[in-house]
Design a protein around this ligand. Structure first.
Ligand SMILES: *[C@@H]1O[C@H](CO)[C@@H](O)[C@H](O)[C@H]1NC(C)=O
Ligand SMILES: *[C@@H]1O[C@H](CO)[C@@H](O)[C@H](O)[C@H]1NC(C)=O
Ligand SMILES: *[C@@H]1O[C@H](CO)[C@@H](O)[C@H](O)[C@H]1NC(C)=O
Length: 423
């Protein structure tokens, strides 16, 4: 594993320095129009209007949020039902809710879907919810490729920009985004649909600031994550490589593959039909296996668009929690922990402090990140009633929430019913 990672890292560095490329040249894009488009370009390609919003957090990070506006509902003078936040997972971005499948054009489904087959047309969650009348907002977590800006730190020059993990997303990003949207729209509460790390951000927020329960109705947690003790993805082995965690701590910085390499893989390698199964298998290796529901023809899109990047410390934080077996804050080492927290060990998020009774857990059996044992720990930690929805498809895996072919029946339709109860 380490050898492969080192090889990729060295190869990438060499490739970028020799080729002198830091942006993807146009000739690389050919096989699918969704490759290489920005979130707004994707949204506009489906005839929606894209609004860019920039939310400044209390610690100066500038969070880029895309809002999907449905021009057909707008022209008909129909008001949106309520704001829904779609929050991506680790290494993800808002693009995750935009590229499951081709199509998904702007329409008005608020009075029925007519002859449209929504099991194929409704696979991109953002367009799906917008067509049903919801006001869709998609924040990008600090440090991903769309949220790299700060009022006075330069991500390219200031290493301290990258000394962040999900602790700061919990403490600053999520509350700032929620307050911003409520203020802009005049609504008293919004729906939060998180995937993976996008659920952890709210479990953390509701633990630390239980008053946010009034602002989040409901909180729908797809592939819910708080504890990661039993994670079975190979990323757990990274924690067993001697010295690697210390290296991450000291090195810090950002963690991503250069976009040009991803695009090269997407187009020149994974764009070839013969190797598409191999490209799919590489994704499965890390993210869990479900070939049945995977559209191999779209592998170039998933490679080119799938990785949004994050800070090295954020991944390290997950590694620490695998080792420490808890939903704990970042471990800076005994001395700094003591300065920051007043204890030598990092404190735990207190899930027992959550008062919200509007939490819906959407877990699936075949999830290598949100392992059923960890979801069970989460369930037991919640001291309040919550709703549980189990995905019927037993093969449904972590990233199937994002790119499965059967996502409409398994996830989107039940989600509509959940949202209706909070209208
Ligand atoms: C569409 O549905 C809304 C809410 O259910 C209703 O008020 C409205 O009259 C309907 N419009 C049409 C054209 O059926
Ligand atoms: C970063 O944010 C500042 C302040 O809002 C803005 O002036 C600048 O254009 C932004 N830079 C980028 C690259 O988005
Ligand atoms: C798979 O993706 C390709 C390219 O977007 C599309 O043409 C095809 O219809 C998709 N197949 C299924 C079964 O969704």
């Amino acid at each position: 594993m380490l050898n492969i990672c080192l090889f990729i890292a060295i190869f990438t560095k060499l490739f970028v320095s020799i080729s002198g490329l830091d942006a993807t040249p146009d000739w690389l894009y050919s096989s699918d129009p969704d490759c290489g488009l920005s979130p707004c370009q994707l949204i506009e390609s489906r005839n929606f209007i894209c609004e860019q919003h920039y939310v400044t957090t209390d610690d100066g990070y500038i969070i880029n949020v895309q809002r999907v506006v449905n021009p057909i509902l707008k022209a008909a003078g129909k008001k949106t039902i309520k704001p829904v936040v779609l929050q991506h997972g680790l290494f993800g971005s808002s693009v995750h809710f935009l590229v499951n499948s081709a199509g998904g054009f702007a329409a008005d489904w608020t009075n029925g879907t007519g002859s449209v087959d929504i099991t194929t047309e409704g696979r991109n969650l953002a367009y799906f919810l917008s067509n049903f009348g919801y006001d869709v907002w998609m924040p990008n977590s600090r440090g991903n490729k769309f949220s790299r800006n700060h009022t006075n730190l330069n991500p390219k020059k200031d290493p301290s920009f990258w000394r962040i993990s999900f602790d700061e997303m919990i403490a600053y990003d999520s509350p700032a985004v929620i307050d911003y949207i409520l203020q802009k729209t005049g609504f008293e509460n919004l729906a939060w649909v998180g995937h993976s790390q996008g659920t952890l951000l709210i479990f953390g927020l509701l633990s630390e600031k239980p008053e946010y329960a009034d602002k989040i109705k409901p909180f729908i947690a797809m592939a819910p994550i708080a504890h990661v003790t039993h994670i079975t993805s190979p990323i757990r082995y990274l924690t067993e490589i001697p010295g690697l965690m210390d290296f991450f701590y000291v090195a810090g910085g950002e963690l991503t593959a250069p976009q040009v390499l991803l695009d090269l893989m997407a187009e020149q390698v994974c764009g070839q039909q013969v190797v598409q199964p191999a490209c799919g298998n590489l994704l499965f290796l890390v993210c869990g296996y479900d070939a049945e529901q995977f559209n191999f023809t779209r592998v170039p899109v998933y490679y080119s668009q799938g990785l949004g990047g994050t800070s090295a410390w954020n991944l390290l934080h997950f590694g620490q929690n695998i080792v420490n077996k808890g939903f704990l804050k970042f471990d800076y080492g005994a001395l700094i922990n003591y300065q920051r927290y007043g204890t030598f060990e990092p404190p735990a998020y207190d899930l027992g402090a959550i008062t919200s009774q509007n939490i819906i857990l959407m877990g699936s059996a075949n999830d290598v990140f949100a392992d059923p044992t960890d979801v069970e720990t989460l369930r037991k930690s919640l001291k309040v009633p919550f709703t549980e929805y189990r995905i019927a498809d037993q093969q449904f895996s972590h990233l199937d929430f994002i790119w499965a072919k059967n996502v409409v029946d398994q996830v989107h339709k039940p989600m509509l019913d959940m949202l209706k109860k909070f209208q």
